[in-house]
Design a protein around this ligand. Structure first.
Ligand code: ATP
Ligand code: MG
Length: 419
């Protein structure tokens, strides 16, 4: 539901002689029945006028980027963003669209990414403006573009990443012509800055169904540009097909981790999900055929940790997430390396020390990595991990006790207290 002040704000703009409409995400989310968190508005008023109209009403207001024509404001607990109608002109080789203010709501909607996002509610009467069939597309669960997808993606290639992100977030598919344009134009994602690509990738990963978005990135060839390690896993099954497909296994492990994450860590958890997706990326590169035809592995966990860190640096991830994901990839085999039930106290302690503040993540990841069809084997591994977890807890309790117990024996205490 929408806060009542939305009507009031619409009247304020109308009284000043301007249009105001709720647009994009919140309109889409209302029709999906999901909760509205961001309130995005669009208007024919230019930024300075928006600021004048908001003065005396908003509890705070700020300039999000005068060049982009967006003004932010706070009203009670709500944050609103009001943007002047746009007519954009694109330089096909530039990374960022040049902004030209427009005067028509229709033109503003026409330049938006997908028809489900190209809907508006005119205020203060809530008249629905849906010139491109956004509601119909939402009901059908399809992403299509207001104009031709070729033109749209050529204007702003980031929209192809956004398509994958929305597929993951909203559980929709892309129309055939959008899919075809993504495949044709995948290479153009190159001109988009690493930061903007990363932002969409993170949103995709923490969505309800990341697999939908990832499959789309891989099928279109966009993943070959932004995350080449992922499609490389598809070729990882060897010639005799005796090994499981690493790509499918990785998606499975990611989905297992999603099911477990709320139990172990704060959900949704990018670090855990991404580590789960990438945990085996060292495999394809490290697989080597010996002269006698035997397949051998170098430590694919160590190689994988390096590869994932390199990719994350290229995507301009923060140091903390990069280190965390790399560490998880590096440690994901540790439990299996020890075999079952052979853990000494010092091995348990080392496991905890090496994982540091990622212990809970590592529990979730290691358990998720069991994708065997062999039920008995799966149960045996789960039991072994249960044992490890309880020994870790036990050690932690003992250490806590040791920490509060004074380092003195009874005699020393009596001496100290002069008893
Ligand atoms: P969320 O806020 O959950 O990320 P959203 O749909 O609000 O989802 P935003 O990135 O906040 O997505 O963008 C707000 C609106 O602006 C979108 O609904 C869309 O209409 C438009 N938009 C954003 N980015 C683009 C783009 N690259 N090309 C065209 N339109 C865009
Ligand atoms: Mg938004």
């Amino acid at each position: 539901t929408l806060p009542k002040f939305v009507v009031e704000l619409g009247e304020r703009f109308a009284d000043a002689g301007y249009e105001l409409a709720l647009v994009g995400g919140p309109v889409r989310d209302m029709f999906l029945g999901s909760s509205v968190t961001d309130l995005d508005f669009t208007t024919d008023a230019v930024p300075e006028t928006i600021q004048q109209i908001l003065t005396g009403w908003a509890h705070a207001q700020w300039d999000i980027g005068a060049a982009f024509g967006t003004i932010g404001a706070r009203y009670g607990d709500w944050t609103v963003e009001i943007t002047t109608y746009r007519d954009e002109q694109y330089d096909p080789d530039s990374r960022k669209p040049e902004v030209v203010f427009g005067t028509e709501l229709l033109e503003d909607l026409r330049r938006r990414d997908f028809t489900v996002n190209a809907m508006a509610l005119r205020l203060p009467d809530f008249e629905l403006v849906d010139p491109f069939g956004g509601i119909k597309a939402l009901v059908a669960g399809v992403l299509s573009t207001p104009g031709t997808p070729q033109q749209s993606f050529s204007d702003d290639p980031l929209r192809m990443m956004r398509a994958a992100r929305f597929a993951a977030q909203l559980g929709v598919t892309v129309s055939d012509d959008v899919a075809a344009a993504m495949t044709d134009m995948a290479q153009r994602i190159e001109i988009i800055s690493a930061e903007r690509v990363r932002e969409e990738l993170v949103k995709l990963m923490i969505a309800d169904t990341p697999r939908r978005g990832l499959d789309l990135l891989v099928a279109s060839g966009i993943a070959d540009v932004v995350l080449p390690e992922l499609p490389a896993m598809r070729q990882a099954s060897d010639a005799t097909h005796r090994h499981k497909d690493v790509y499918e296994h990785s998606l499975q492990v990611m989905e297992n981790a999603i099911e477990r994450e709320a139990h172990y860590v704060e959900a949704p958890n990018f670090v855990l999900r991404f580590a789960a997706l990438m945990h085996d990326i060292g495999k394809p590169k490290t697989r080597r055929f010996e002269p006698n035809g035997k397949v051998t592995f170098r430590h694919h966990d160590v190689v994988g940790a390096k590869l994932v860190a390199k990719r994350m640096r290229e995507l301009r991830f923060d140091k903390g997430s990069t280190k965390a994901v790399a560490r998880l990839v590096e440690l994901h085999m540790r439990f299996y390396g020890y075999g079952e039930g052979e853990w000494t106290d010092s091995a348990v302690r080392r496991y905890v020390t090496d994982a540091g503040d990622l212990v809970a993540h590592l529990h979730a990841l290691t358990r998720s990595d069991v994708t065997t069809q062999n039920k008995r084997k799966a149960r045996r591994l789960a039991t072994a991990y249960d044992d490890l977890e309880s020994r870790i807890e036990q050690l932690a309790e003992e250490e806590e006790l040791a920490a509060i117990r004074p380092d003195l024996d009874g005699k020393q205490i009596m001496e100290l207290l002069d008893i």
